[in-house]
Design a protein around this ligand. Structure first.
Ligand code: TRP
Length: 352
C-alpha cells in the first residue's frame, strides 16, 4: 500500500488531542525533540507553525531539545553555504522568541558524535524498499535541483530517528510532511527493542494546528524564495515585502482561502498577529481594498514582532553569549548521547 499524505492525518490528529490532555496533566513525562535545518532565516510561517509551540511546551515544564540540524542541510544541496551565519541566526531567533537555555537544550548534529553513530545500527533495521517508499523523500527528490540523489537524501529519515532517539525523545511536534519520518523512527525503535531488548521509546507525533500561511507571492512560503517576512526583518523591510504581496482585483476584502489564496493569507497573517478571527478581520477591512488590508497586516506584524526583534537585537550585541548557549547545549546533548550509546552497545553486546 502506498501512503497518501492525508490518510494518516485523522488518527494522528486524534492522538494529538489525547497527548495535549496528557501534557497538561504531566508535562514531566515528556521529552520533546524538534529542530530546524540552518538553511536561512526563520520566518512568520515558522513562528506561527512551530516556534511558538516550542516555547509553550517549554513553559508547560516539558524537557525540550532543539536541534540545529546542520548535517541535514546536505540532503538536497552539495555544500552547506553560510553555515555559521545561518546557525547564529537560528540561535538568535530561538533566544528572541523565548527559548530559555536554562530549561531547554539547543545543540547541533555535527557536535554530537554519539548521535551520529546511532545511524549505523539503525540503518540495519530498515530495508531499502522501506526507505524508497517514503512520500516526503520522494517529493523532495522530485523537487531537488541536484543532478543525482545522494545516499544522505535517501537515508536522512534514519538520521532523523537518531536525532529523536539519542535523547529518548517521546514527543515530536511536527507538520504533516514529517509524519512519514516519525513512522520510520517508531519502526526503528520497535525493531531495535524487539531484537536487542528495550532501550527506546516509540515517540509520538504532536500535530500542531499549523495555519497555512502563503508567501507574499501567494505560493508556498519558503526560506529560499524571498517571499516571507523573517523574524529578523526590520519594520521597513516588512512594510516593503507586504506592499508587494500578491492580491486580486476584487475591492471587498473577504476570508476565502480556496478562492482567494493571496488575500486570505494576508488576512490570516493579520489575524494571527492580532490573536483575532480572520473572518472578523476581513469584515472590518471590508471595502477598504488591498491597500487597507496591507496597512493592517504591516501594522499587525510589526507590532507583534517588535518585542521579539528588540530582544533579537540585544542578543546580537553579545554573540559570545549566543555561542556559549550552543556550546553548553552541545555539552548536555553529548552527555545524553554518550549514555544512550553505552546502553545500545550493551544491548547489542558490542565489547569494549
Ligand atoms: N526535517 C526537519 C525540517 O526540515 C528538521 C529536523 C531534523 C527534525 N531532525 C529532526 C525535526 C528531528 C523533528 C525531529 O524541518
Amino acid at each position: 500500500m502506498t501512503i497518501t499524505t492525508d490518510l494518516p492525518a485523522a488518527p494522528a490528529a486524534r492522538r494529538s488531542a489525547d497527548l495535549e490532555r496528557l501534557l497538561a496533566r504531566d508535562p514531566g513525562a515528556f521529552r520533546v525533540l524538534t529542530g530546524d535545518r540552518p538553511t536561512g532565516a526563520l520566518h512568520l510561517g515558522h513562528y506561527f507553525g512551530t516556534l511558538q509551540n516550542r516555547v509553550r511546551l517549554q513553559d508547560l515544564g516539558v524537557d525540550v531539545f532543539v536541534l540545529v540540524a546542520d548535517y541535514q542541510v546536505l540532503t538536497d544541496r552539495d555544500v552547506a553555504d553560510l553555515l555559521t551565519e545561518h546557525v547564529e541566526g537560528l540561535l538568535l531567533d530561538y533566544l528572541a522568541i523565548g527559548i530559555d537555555p536554562a530549561r531547554s537544550t539547543v545543540f547541533s548534529h555535527s557536535a554530537v558524535p554519539a548521535l551520529n553513530q546511532l545511524m549505523l545500527p539503525f540503518l540495519s533495521l530498515v530495508s531499502v524498499a522501506e526507505l524508497g517508499r517514503n512520500p516526503t523523500v520522494k517529493d523532495e527528490i522530485a523537487h531537488s535541483r541536484q543532478a543525482a540523489v545522494s545516499g544522505l537524501m535517501y537515508t536522512y529519515p534514519v538520521h532523523q530517528a537518531a536525532d529523536i532517539l539519542f535523547c529518548k525523545g517521546n514527543l515530536v511536534p511536527v507538520g504533516q510532511d514529517q509524519l512519514p519520518h516519525l513512522e520510520i523512527t517508531r519502526t526503528i525503535a520497535r525493531r531495535f527493542n524487539e531484537r536487542y531488548g528495550h532501550v527506546f521509546p516509540e515517540p509520538d507525533a504532536l500535530l500542531s494546528a499549523a495555519p497555512l500561511l502563503l508567501g507574499t507571492d501567494a505560493t508556498k512560503m519558503s526560506k529560499s524564495r524571498g517571499n516571507s517576512v523573517t523574524l529578523s526583518a526590520t519594520a521597513d523591510e516588512t512594510a516593503r515585502l507586504i506592499k508587494g504581496a500578491t492580491t486580486d482585483a476584487e475591492r471587498r476584502i473577504t476570508y476565502e482561502p480556496d478562492r482567494r489564496p493571496g488575500v486570505s493569507s494576508l488576512v490570516l497573517l493579520a489575524a494571527l498577529c492580532l490573536d483575532r478571527d480572520p473572518y472578523d478581520v476581513a469584515e472590518e477591512i471590508g471595502d477598504g481594498g488591498s491597500s487597507a488590508l496591507k496597512r493592517t497586516v504591516t501594522e499587525a506584524v510589526n507590532a507583534r514582532m517588535a518585542p521579539i526583534r528588540a530582544r533579537r537585537a540585544e542578543y546580537a550585541q553579545d554573540m559570545g553569549y549566543v555561542r556559549a548557549v550552543l556550546r553548553a547545549g552541545n555539552e548536555r546533548a553529548n552527555a545524553v548521547a554518550d549514555a544512550t550509546l553505552r546502553e545500545v552497545r550493551e544491548a547489542m553486546g558490542t565489547p569494549g
